[in-house]
Design a protein around this ligand. Structure first.
Ligand code: F1P
Length: 615
């Protein structure tokens, strides 16, 4: 979703801003812009803005062509919420050729503020909620003694979410930034400082970061950073040295990031497991500490787990529900964050709240965590791929997946490493409750090799994908812990190939979806050789009898045979508990190749964003 990069320096910052935006491209956006001012030998400072629709490369060309340079600047990638995808709606927004502002998030009371600003003579050019902010700051500046005070007075009037960066062309050596509900991180340089919505944007210029907290407003100059909390008190925030590897360096030999990330899964899982498994047990320090209490104290008391997540992460949570109830002897509910946060839910005794997120910034999941913290859960834990993200900082316990930066918008390696984290949670609770966990730990050690084997199916699946290219719909079926994997397979196909796909628990077929079956509807079945196989085979026969073309991903021992109505892809034999993770791989490959054949933008599918920071 929207990305922010800002810099205040002695040297021209054009390249830093454009490079920063490029590093945030993967998050999804539809237009981009930059505003610059310069301290270089001019008597009156010019505020220059360049915007363009589409890719950052378009902005880069337009900026180069314009010849504008700046030593202070803010840049933004916009993912449209209020107002269409146009240059006028792109950020930065400007008030009276003096104040420039970029914003991530949504201002909910923008209509009221706009009406009031209009009565004061402010003219609005765009349809965005953001433009009210820049005029509001301009208005507040008239009665305050500094830009900092003007921003502090403005944010008090805002309802909604914002991460925002503002500068005034009259003071080239200053940016004011404010955060509430949308992340911002300050990057510290030597004689220059930076701001961004994600540290990844700044890894080329610094490794030293300060994460702003909710309600913080900060004044950033070339030489200094001053931070104030929501009550206006000066505060110190901890400085972190990032060890994030900037693996956004390229696609290497791969055509798309998504394919690279699918292939990185054995390594991502190895990294996620490394140092966290003893011979037969899980090392509980993998989950961090909670107010001095170790994870072990929480796991031994837990009776219920409430999982909250969105999208692909929700599917990993659904798999975990099967595992937690079967292997760890605790009950488990799972709910989509955007539903959970707006209803009064029942809190079970000794209940652990688990959020799952690849980005750590999903607005709904974060809001659900904050709500749940008021409701009496014994502790909160997140399973997350981004160190220092809001979910990690606000949860009591955190299990960090070590997938490395995931650039493809559609999640792949983050998903499989979430499943690894969840399986380790299951084993940990089981071991604290005296239930057997050794088999889970042993299976986990096997997993990277099993994933390597599954990747060898690549070529066969590429061939199969041809048959999907002219389809408009697809149905995915699974049973038990493969039902969420069928859902994930359907979501992946939807996200990147734009083919309408749905998933059903195979037992539900005859309660409705069977009416859809004909020769134009491919049916994808995930069928590991487990205790539900015979039931699943009956469901497959029901489909065959009605003329459906079936694509089965199954163990050789399952004895499905390819013929004119059935294509079988044989997956190597795998432990039941690992099957949901291993069977994910062929479904990812299938979606990937279908999307490539259809020629869609695989890494940045239309309308989607990597980090969903608005609700
Ligand atoms: C949730 C999610 C991803 C999806 C896409 C948009 O993100 O829906 O599952 O692939 O990237 O966001 P998160 O809550 O796991 O960060």
């Amino acid at each position: 979703m929207c990305g922010i990069v800002g810099a205040v320096a002695e040297r021209p910052v054009n390249k830093i801003l454009v490079e920063g935006l490029k590093r945030l491209e993967y998050r999804g956006y539809d237009s981009a812009g930059v505003a610059l001012v310069s301290n270089e030998g001019k008597r009156s400072t010019q505020l220059n803005t360049v915007k363009s629709v589409g890719k950052v490369a378009n902005l880069e060309s337009a900026l180069n062509e314009s010849g504008h340079k700046g030593t202070t600047g803010i840049a933004h990638t916009r993912w449209a919420t209020h107002g269409g995808v146009t240059e006028v709606n792109a950020h930065p927004h400007i008030s009276n050729d003096q104040i420039a502002l970029v914003h991530n998030g949504i201002i909910e009371n923008h209509e009221k503020l706009r009406a009031s600003l209009k009565t004061k003579g402010y003219k609005f050019l765009s349809d965005t909620d953001t433009e009210v902010m820049v005029h509001l700051v301009h208005d507040m500046r008239k009665t305050t003694s500094s830009l900092l005070e003007a921003v502090q007075a403005s944010v008090k009037q805002l309802e909604g979410a914002y991460g925002t960066v503002v500068f005034d062309k009259e003071n080239v050596n200053e940016m004011i930034v404010a955060r509430s509900g949308s992340p911002l991180v300050i990057g510290l340089g030597l004689g220059e400082n930076f701001i961004a919505s994600d540290q990844l944007a700044l890894l080329a210029v610094t490794r030293n970061f300060i994460f702003l907290e909710e309600g913080d407003v900060a004044r950033i100059t070339r030489e200094s950073v001053e931070i104030f909390d929501k009550d206006g008190n000066a505060v110190e925030r901890e400085q972190h040295e990032s060890n994030a590897t900037n693996d956004n360096t390229g696609k290497g030999e791969y055509r798309h990031y998504m394919l690279k990330e699918i292939y990185e899964q054995p390594v991502a899982v190895r990294n996620t497991l490394e140092g966290r498994l003893n011979e037969n047990t899980v090392a509980l320090d993998a989950f961090g500490a909670f107010n001095g209490t170790q994870a072990t104290d929480i796991f031994s008391q837990v009776k219920h787990v409430q999982i909250i997540a969105c999208g692909t992460s929700y599917h990993s949570g659904m798999v975990a529900r099967y595992w937690l109830e079967q292997y760890a002897g605790v009950s488990c509910n799972i709910e989509i964050a955007s539903e959970f946060r707006y209803r009064k839910s029942y809190v079970h005794e000794n209940s652990l709240l688990v959020t799952i997120s690849q980005s750590g910034e999903t607005a709904d999941t974060l809001a659900a965590l904050r709500l749940a913290k008021e409701q009496g859960y014994m502790a909160s834990m997140t399973i997350c791929n981004v160190a220092g993200s809001s979910l990690v900082r606000e949860s009591d316990l955190a299990f960090m997946t070590k997938a490395g930066t995931e650039i493809g918008v559609a999640s792949t390696k983050a998903f499989t490493t979430q499943l690894v984290g969840l399986l380790m949670l299951v084993a940990s609770i089981a071991q604290e409750k005296g239930l057997p966990q050794k088999a889970i730990v042993q299976a986990l050690k096997e997993l990277p090799n099993k994933l390597e084997e599954a990747l060898s199916l690549d070529e066969g699946i590429e061939g199969l994908a041809e048959e999907f290219a002219d389809k408009h719909h697809a149905l995915f079926l699974g049973r038990g812990d493969q039902y969420p994997i069928a859902m994930e397979g359907a979501l992946k196909l939807k996200e990147i190939s734009y083919i309408h796909a749905e998933a059903y628990a195979a037992g539900e077929l005859k309660h409705g979806p069977l009416a859809l079956i004909d020769a134009d509807m491919p049916i994808i079945v995930v069928a590991p050789n487990n205790e539900l196989l015979e039931k699943l085979k009956s469901n497959v026969e029901e489909v065959r009898a009605r003329g459906g073309i079936i694509y089965v991903f199954a163990d050789k021992a399952s004895e499905f045979k390819s013929d004119e109505t059935m294509r079988v892809v044989n997956v190597n034999q795998v432990e039941d508990i690992l099957a949901p993770i291993v069977y994910t791989i062929p479904l990812q490959l299938l979606s990937y190749y279908v999307a490539v054949i259809k020629g869609t933008d695989v890494d940045q599918p239309r309308n989607l964003a990597k980090s969903v920071t608005v609700e």
